[in-house]
Ligand binder design. Structure first.
Ligand code: CA
Length: 154
């Protein structure tokens, strides 16, 4: 049991595949994050409106609604950092081409350690700012750096 003296950040994991979702949850919790795990994209907006999350890991390969639409919709009421997880090059094109408000993206196949490292980096950037509206445009410019685009396509 950990004491509630320092509240660990809560990561909302949105992934329908049990193995992948469990892997992310395990690695995040090993890194001392708290997690919530949704297997359907439908619940994301409701979850964010009713429960606090410090970051969203949003897989784009989900049944139900388009993850990009969900990201755009949640930006209407939330500035929570969002990391997209995608396996398709055309989705990355759309991520880059549309101002949907994602803070970073990760390509499949990924290593869970890389995901945790990205989460840490984003929370470090977003964590120091005071509550209220963050400088999201700055965050996006920083997030979409060229190095990120070096995905391992197989
Ligand atoms: Ca999936």
């Amino acid at each position: 049991m950990t004491e509630e003296t320092t509240a660990a950040p809560i990561i909302l994991v949105v992934e329908d595949e049990p193995k992948l979702g469990q892997l992310l949850v395990d690695y995040l919790e090993a890194a001392d994050y708290r997690t919530r795990w949704l297997t359907r994209v439908d619940g994301v907006i409701d979850s964010l409106q009713t429960q606090h999350a410090d970051l969203v890991l949003l897989d784009l390969m989900l049944p139900g609604r388009d993850g990009l639409i969900v990201c755009r919709d949640l930006r209407r009421f939330s500035d929570v950092p969002v990391i997209m997880i995608t396996a398709k090059t055309e989705e990355i094109d759309r991520l880059l081409g549309l101002e949907i408000g994602a803070d970073d993206y990760i390509c499949k196949p990924y290593s869970p350690r890389e995901v945790v490292a990205r989460v840490k980096a984003i929370l470090r950037r977003s964590g120091s700012r005071p509550p209220g509206r963050p400088p999201r445009s700055t965050l996006m410019k920083a997030a979409f750096r060229p190095a990120t685009a070096a995905c391992r396509w197989t």
